[in-house]
Design a protein around this ligand. Sequence first.
Ligand SMILES: [Zn+2]
Length: 87
Amino acid sequence: MRSVEDEDVCRVCGYTDGSLFFEDTWPTHIICSCCGWESGTQALGLEGTREYRGYWTGQGAEWSSRRERPKDWDLLKQLRNIPPDWR
Ligand SMILES: [Zn+2]
């Protein structure tokens, strides 16, 4: 098993730009450029994380930071990055 101390992949959408969402298990409160989820603001368990993801994709999976959206962005491909514990 890989270390879960640091997390640089968004639990909601699988986005990563290398910034840490959790450092040594502590939320860093960065806001995901993609889905807009802020680590630590909402104490989301697995169900809450799935709900947020469902809501976000249901709204059309809009980027919270549109200018960072890659031209060839592929939602389904990105969703595969979601850590297994948060799928
Ligand atoms: Zn995200």
